[in-house]
Design a protein. Structure first.
Length: 138
């Protein structure tokens, strides 16, 4: 069995952003040489997320509006976590959107359903963050 690990680095200029990372993950799968196996993709920060959905601008805006309704950034004193930082909302948004995804690899390719794409969701940007891509298989 093979195992391959690589990190993706992101520094988003805005507090919140949604980035389609499918091409980057696909390139890592190809580099790994694994043709049958699994690919784990996880955000290595507690204010960021990795999730799978459709790459549609309206949907990304809907996610952002929905998350901001559920856990609005302001007023920052609404969150007990905020004291040293002002990112209490980002922790809650990450919890909703999830930490990681696992995608099957079949014949050397990510084995998606129709329209599925992998996204990095940033909820407290403006500093470097990492995403782990771990490929395991044969």
């Amino acid at each position: 069995m093979k195992s391959y690990r690589e990190e993706l680095l992101f520094t988003t200029p805005e507090r919140r952003d949604y980035i389609n990372i499918t091409p980057k993950v696909d390139a890592i799968v190809k580099k790994s040489g694994v043709t049958e196996g699994m690919c784990l993709v996880n955000a290595m920060h507690i204010t960021a997320s990795v999730y799978i959905n459709d790459d549609e601008p309206g949907l990304l805006e809907d996610y952002d509006d929905w998350l901001e309704t559920l856990a609005p950034h302001e007023p920052v004193d609404h969150y007990r976590h905020n004291g040293y930082e002002d990112n209490g909302d980002a922790h809650l948004k990450r919890q909703i959107m999830g930490r990681e995804v696992v995608v099957a690899i079949t014949k050397g390719k990510l084995d998606f359903g129709p329209w599925e794409q992998i996204f990095y969701g940033e909820f407290d940007g403006r500093r470097p963050k990492r995403v782990l891509v771990k490929v395991i298989g044969e």
